[in-house]
Design a protein around this ligand. Structure first.
Ligand code: ARG
Length: 605
């Protein structure tokens, strides 16, 4: 069995290929999986412990000096783990992918066999290209991921930016893990503010501006009419004219009055049109632009019926409320219908969830919304549970902390475009400092855009989602340190290396003879590359972009420590080829991980 076979046939890399174990049959087989198999087989042979128990207890490590895989013996419940570890380490036969074993306290550390590592990992990456790291599943599951969800005519704030970035990543990650993903944007496109907006547009609206820049224009109109409203209220007009007109307009909307709907739907569709353009700058395509307005009455009526049937609601001053504190103290009470019979954010969300389950038949649905709505989401989930929907357990809230101080030259950020433009302009400024380099870049503005976006995205994803962070232009745009531009820089450097050694074919790289390759830094690098599929599985469990970002920086640092020392130029081909194969595989892994985060890796910068 040739270890350099492709992804499909990779299963036969294992020395013991009788695959009768319950070891996640859904997952693809990567070199680290083979090591897992080989270790668990050998260890099972000498210990008599069931192979699957050992297999499931093996962990990938996060520092290479601790081995490629580690077995914490307490996890498999042996008595006197430190002594057992020593004994097993001495008895274990090294074969197949396993090259070395060490006992360290109650841990066993396993290291790849060097030849196996190189001959399986590098061709594996080079042949699978963009697919390296992905899983395929036999039973493709469906997930709906709802993210971004800005409000029409209101600012696109940092919470929306984070939701967009994290939601885009999760969508890519689920796809990489073999799921079918529906990307959904649930716009704030309903409610009294649309009455206000319509009145405002009569006073201050301009058709030309609306066509030209709908999002900005509607926001400006909204701000102006709100000022008028505030003035009226301050002047003590007890019944403000504006607010009663606005209420009347919204009433018309709720009654689906044709003229009212026409005005509203123009605001909506022009805004969506512009959003689509901006999202595509971020490499994000939504499958569905839903919104609060789109929830059908049918589902909300059904929800109310179930509320009554299941005795969930009580009446208070004409409104309907659910007392959630009976199930969980801190959930408090929630209003589900106002006294005037109009619907609420919460009721729309209940109806929306029912409708999505019915129409999309998801196995899982994820809401990417800031921690400010933690309580709200717990209320929503509890209500759906008490309505006895079995699928309520398939809903997840992926929450995140706040961003402080996000502002641009013009002041506080109001539009997504403004922030992306400013990131681009600043990146371009920095690129212009090196005239020789920038003169070789095809479309500097486009490249600057991609670098600017990387800066914003990586700053956001560097630490765990729950953390708040301070928005800092200088830090995020620095080309040194763990930043987006540094990732792009490392990628483009490797691209340039590939370009300058262009006379080697991919065939030559895949079939390289690695026996001359023994620089420890390069070997470390390959061990890191072999970890990538495990990193994705871990990120899938934690739902944390930081899991991937931390890994990416480790890879970049390792590449940097090789790049200036371990040369290709001027070397004979038996040395140049295996080295280039490693650099090329590293670039592929960078490319895959960056794309997963939503970035577009650049070839020159
Ligand atoms: N538009 C809302 C806001 O800006 C976010 C929507 C979150 N999604 C939901 N299903 N409630 O706060």
């Amino acid at each position: 069995c040739d270890p350099k076979v492709n992804f499909e046939q990779n299963r036969c890399i294992s020395v013991n290929s009788n695959t009768n174990y319950n070891e996640q049959p859904e997952l693809a087989i990567y070199p680290l999986d083979t090591l897992r198999r080989d270790v668990s087989t050998s260890l099972s042979n000498i210990s008599g412990i069931d192979r699957s128990i050992i297999f499931n207890a093996l962990e990938s490590t996060n520092s290479m000096d601790r081995g490629d895989l580690i077995l914490p013996l307490p996890k498999i419940k042996v008595t006197d783990p430190a002594t057992v570890a020593k004994r097993w380490a001495a008895e274990l036969t090294l074969s197949g992918s396993l090259g070395k074993v060490c006992a360290r306290g109650p841990f066993l550390q396993f290291f790849f066999d060097q030849t196996y590592l190189l001959q399986s990992t590098i061709p594996n990456i080079l042949l699978q290209n963009e697919k390296y790291g992905q899983e395929k599943s036999r039973h493709q599951k469906k997930v709906v991921i709802e993210f971004s969800s800005p409000n029409i005519a209101k600012p696109f704030h940092a919470g929306h930016l984070r939701s967009t970035i994290i939601g885009g990543f999760l969508s890519n990650l689920y796809e990489a893990m073999g799921w079918s993903v529906t990307r959904m944007n649930y716009l704030g496109d309903w409610g009294r503010q649309f009455g206000l907006l319509a009145i405002g547009f009569e006073r201050y609206g301009s058709e030309r501006e609306l066509e030209k820049q709908p999002i900005q224009h509607l926001y400006e109109v909204y701000v102006r009419i709100n000022k008028d409203l505030a003035k009226e209220e301050k002047n003590g007009t007890s019944k403000s004219e504006i607010s009663s007109e606005a209420r009347a307009f919204f009433k018309k909307l709720e009654n689906l009055d044709e003229d009212a709907i026409k005005i509203w739907s123009r605001f909506r569709s022009l805004s969506i049109h512009r959003y689509v353009e901006t999202y595509s700058r971020l490499n994000i395509n939504f499958d569905i632009f839903s919104g609060e307005s789109q929830v059908s009455k049918k589902y909300m009526d059904e929800a109310l019926n179930i509320f009554y049937q299941n005795h969930l609601v009580e009446e208070k001053d004409g409104a309907l409320i659910i007392d959630l504190s009976q199930w969980s103290k801190n959930l408090g009470r929630a209003v589900v219908q106002k006294s005037d019979g109009t619907t609420l954010y919460l009721t729309r969300d209940v109806g929306a969830a029912m409708e999505r389950k019915k129409n999309l038949q998801f196995d899982e649905m994820i809401y990417v919304i800031s921690s400010q709505q933690d309580l709200y989401m717990s209320q929503l989930f509890m209500i759906l549970q008490k309505m006895n929907f079995k699928w309520a357990k398939d809903l997840k809230h992926v929450s995140f902390g706040m961003v402080q101080g996000m502002s641009t030259r013009k002041g506080n950020v109001v539009f997504l475009d403004t922030i992306l433009d400013e990131a681009r302009d600043k990146a371009l400024q920095i690129m212009k400092n090196n005239q020789t380099k920038i003169s070789q870049v095809n479309d500097p503005r486009r490249v600057a855009d991609l670098i600017g976006i990387s800066a914003i995205v990586i700053q956001d994803m560097k630490s765990k989602r729950v953390n708040n962070y301070e928005f800092n232009w200088n830090r995020m745009l620095s080309f040194e340190g763990d930043t987006g531009p540094y990732l792009q820089y490392t990628h483009s450097r490797l691209r340039s290396l590939e370009r300058s050694s262009g006379n080697f074919t991919i065939d030559m790289l895949v079939n390289a003879d690695f026996s001359n390759l023994d620089e420890p830094q390069l070997l470390e690098l390959v061990r890191l590359l072999a970890q990538y599929p495990d990193i994705l599985r871990r990120a899938f469990k934690t739902q944390e972009p930081a899991t991937v970002v931390t890994y990416l920086f480790k890879v970049c640092h390792q590449i940097s420590s090789c790049y200036n020392k371990i040369w290709i130029a001027g070397k004979p081909s038996d040395i140049a080829i295996p080295r280039l194969a490693v650099y090329s595989a590293s670039r592929q892994v960078l490319h895959n991980a960056m794309s997963l985060l939503g970035l577009i890796p650049v070839d020159r910068m």
